[in-house]
Design a protein around this ligand. Sequence first.
Ligand code: GLY
Length: 433
Amino acid sequence: MKVLVIGSGGREHCIAWKISKSDFVEKIYAIPGNPGIAELAECKNIDIKKENFSQIISFVEEKGIDFTIVGPEAPLVDGIVDVFGKRGHKIFGPDMKGAVLEGSKVFTKDLCKKYEIPTPGSHAFKRSDRQKANNYLGKLEDNKFPVVIKVDGLAAGKGVIIAQTKEQALSAVEQCFIKNVFGSSGDYIVIEDFMKGFELSLLNLCDGKNIIPMVLAQDYKKIFDNDMGKNTGGMGSYSPVPFVSDDLYDKILNRIIYPTYDALLKEGITYKGILYGGIIVEEGEPYLLEYNCRFGDPETQAILPRLNSDLLELLVKCAGGKLSSQKLSWSNNKCVCVIMASKGYPESSSSGDIIKGLDDLKNNEDITVFHAGTRYEDSNIATAGGRVLGAASCAPSFKEARNKIYTAIDKIKFDGMQFRKDIALRVEEDPPC
Ligand code: GLY
């Protein structure tokens, strides 16, 4: 089977890496890919925006590609699956109607309210309701802060603002509605109650009728150790999450994930692809923070290395509505992924810094280095974005996996490289519950 992977990040490198081990794969292509993916796939440099979907289809037809896997959310929200479907091409991911779960926070909040799916309390305001939003915040008692302001549409991971005070919340509303920082994604906002707890990511394979949960993972969103500093796209991840009891896991599935899937069917949405639930657990009870319509990044880099089943076979079955008899097989190993980011990230990012040490790790069986923001610079590989690389390792214990990763990271050098040193630290000894 000829397979195309759409995207250029660590998640897509990990998907291509896993697909390369499939019994069914003949050749892998990537659009646009990155230098890491280029070691596994033939890459074609097309910017994956809506205007270029027809160019992507032409590439699929020219190369005789049998199956396409979409990594990032934007093309899904923009309807790439619908466009492929109309041309009779097989593709993995939800259609536009399904991708609205990530494309509109207001839609998801309304769905949760209608079907009584536990989620933090919230109020939604349109741009034309700016005064109502301000009045709502104005009347909130000081002890109701922080609050969370979320823009409705996609915002490349930057659309969630935690406002510690009334002033910060009013300023966030101004950024959305007056300064237009998020463009049309900020036409609508959700003001959500802040919940204190720990977060989990649960990715589920969906074929339109059946849903199969994958293993749990945890993502580290803050830039600095001990969850300090600004939010990022994710600075590391690990799987499994050993402190989650069977009871809590069952609650997540039975109160949130399965009812959502049923709700989607009732709303006439045949959801195929990954349904990624971002869950917060407060005082032992799970609540839905957000849904994403694709694999998580960097959770994927800690989940897929543990998957023994053939990923390509699973994704093809999802797209074809044939998951019902499928069982997933997982390694008991612990997997950890640590992200290396460029200078200035997340406020800015540095490009063009030469990365040294990658060759030393190429044949290291203990470590897989996934490229995220990298590019060729003559015969070198250089940084090309905020999150640059992710090093993943699996081992019988988190301690061993961490040791292997941090030993490997010592070999990688680029100017301004930053990474967290506490990924999966104390998971077993000092869990958050
Ligand atoms: N790790 C968060 C995300 O993929 O959105």
